[in-house]
Design a protein around this ligand. Structure first.
Ligand SMILES: *[C@@H]1O[C@H](CO)[C@@H](O)[C@H](O)[C@H]1NC(C)=O
Ligand SMILES: *[C@@H]1O[C@H](CO)[C@@H](O)[C@H](O)[C@H]1NC(C)=O
Ligand SMILES: *[C@@H]1O[C@H](CO)[C@@H](O)[C@H](O)[C@H]1NC(C)=O
Ligand SMILES: *[C@@H]1O[C@H](CO)[C@@H](O)[C@H](O)[C@H]1NC(C)=O
Length: 337
């Protein structure tokens, strides 16, 4: 089963917070459009709207979609019946990619990497959220860029100057990459910083850009089958284009891929979900964990079981007003055979 319902985790108290939504049905015929379940989609928060792009709808047929949807988080709703709105379809079906909102115009969303159907050589699609219009870039990545091979299963991050950092990934034939690509949204150009240090291959990780310009890569895999130790963080300083690794202590957090991560305003990273195996679907343990960036310690919050969302992978997460929203994804319970 793939999950389309929207879960809400209250970060401060860690209980599910369900709003009650009353709909007055006096005279109108209400047609409720809602998206089919899906996973491996890209998502971005644009103001109060949580956008979802593409994804895979059917596990057996790998049926990818070009649909875009959003949820307006500005008013209360029931998490069992979120008020879905459909947006303009993408030019191609899209999955395993990632998206970033421009911090300069707060309007354009850039979808980078990922896989498309039909296959495309374009590494970037742009969505103008003001007018709900898509444009494709004319950028052709150079031969030595993983984006030329349509690397996917990455998480791109954007800095305040509009530069998107896309690291590593994997292509549809299973080749892993370890190169950094920088897409400058102000000039629509793609470049590669010269990498002084060689780092491991990385895919299916979660990435978070800290305010000081350091990107933290959490979890994921370093080969087709070997998962990253969660007590080791790979970090990339976007100011000096240099890599380092940091040791993390605290509670034991199981390795995982296909998880999500959000950064809180008080400098904690909350991770959710993922699988502990690259070949089988086994929910990573614990589902939810918190990394305190100032002390570099993991801890597992004590959440009452009754309120815990199901384990998920390849889902979407966003932080809005101290709430972590989790939507879509693969649900392990019925997938494991
Ligand atoms: C779907 O994807 C999986 C994993 O990439 C692959 O093994 C399988 O053959 C694909 N199925 C179809 C029908 O393309
Ligand atoms: C989007 O719309 C807002 C409000 O109408 C406007 O201020 C902004 O300049 C627009 N952005 C772009 C990129 O067109
Ligand atoms: C990639 O190729 C470009 C030219 O196509 C070259 O300038 C650059 O140094 C190469 N980068 C690496 C990391 O090999
Ligand atoms: C940014 O902050 C992180 C976490 O405190 C730290 O590990 C990293 O070294 C800092 N980066 C720079 C460039 O100061």
């Amino acid at each position: 089963m793939i999950v389309s319902c929207c879960l809400l985790v209250d970060m401060n108290y860690f209980h599910n917070y369900l709003y009650i939504f009353f709909l007055s049905l006096k005279f109108s015929l209400v047609i409720c459009l809602e998206p089919d379940p899906r996973y491996e989609l890209a998502s971005t928060l644009v103001g109060t709207k949580f956008y979802f792009f593409g994804g895979v709808k059917q596990i057996a047929q790998n049926l990818s979609t070009n649909e875009a949807w959003y949820l307006d988080l500005s008013s209360s709703f029931s998490t069992t019946k979120p008020p879905w709105s459909k947006s303009a379809n993408m030019p191609v079906a899209y999955y395993f990619g990632s998206s970033c909102i421009s911090p300069i115009d707060y309007t354009n969303v850039y979808l980078v990497g990922g896989r498309t159907s039909p296959e495309s050589v374009l590494p970037v699609y742009v969505f103008n959220s003001n007018i709900s219009q898509w444009t494709s870039s004319n950028i052709r990545p150079t031969g030595n860029s993983s984006l030329a091979a349509r690397s996917s299963e990455t998480q791109a991050v954007i800095n305040d100057k509009g530069k998107i950092f896309i690291f590593g990934g994997i292509n549809s034939r299973g080749t892993l990459y370890n190169d950094m690509n920088i897409f400058d949204t102000t000039s629509m150009t793609l470049s590669k910083p010269s990498q002084s240090q060689s780092v491991s291959y990385y895919a299916d990780y979660a990435a978070v850009l800290l305010q000081n310009g350091t990107i933290i890569y959490i979890g994921g895999r370093q080969s087709v089958t070997s998962l990253t130790n969660m007590n080791q963080l790979l970090t990339y300083d976007t100011n000096s284009n240099s890599w380092s690794t940091q040791k993390v202590g605290g509670d034991f957090i199981g390795s995982r891929l296909g998880h999500s991560a959000v950064l809180t305003s008080d400098n904690r990273i909350i991770i959710y979900g993922g699988s502990s195996s690259s070949t089988r679907l086994i929910a990573a343990n614990p589902s939810l964990a918190i990394l305190d960036i100032s002390t570099l310690m993991w801890y597992i919050p004590n959440i009452p079981k009754t309120y815990a969302p199901p384990p998920l992978m390849y889902h979407c997460a966003a932080l809005y007003n101290d709430y972590m929203f989790i939507a879509f994804g693969k649900n392990f319970i019925t997938i494991v055979q």
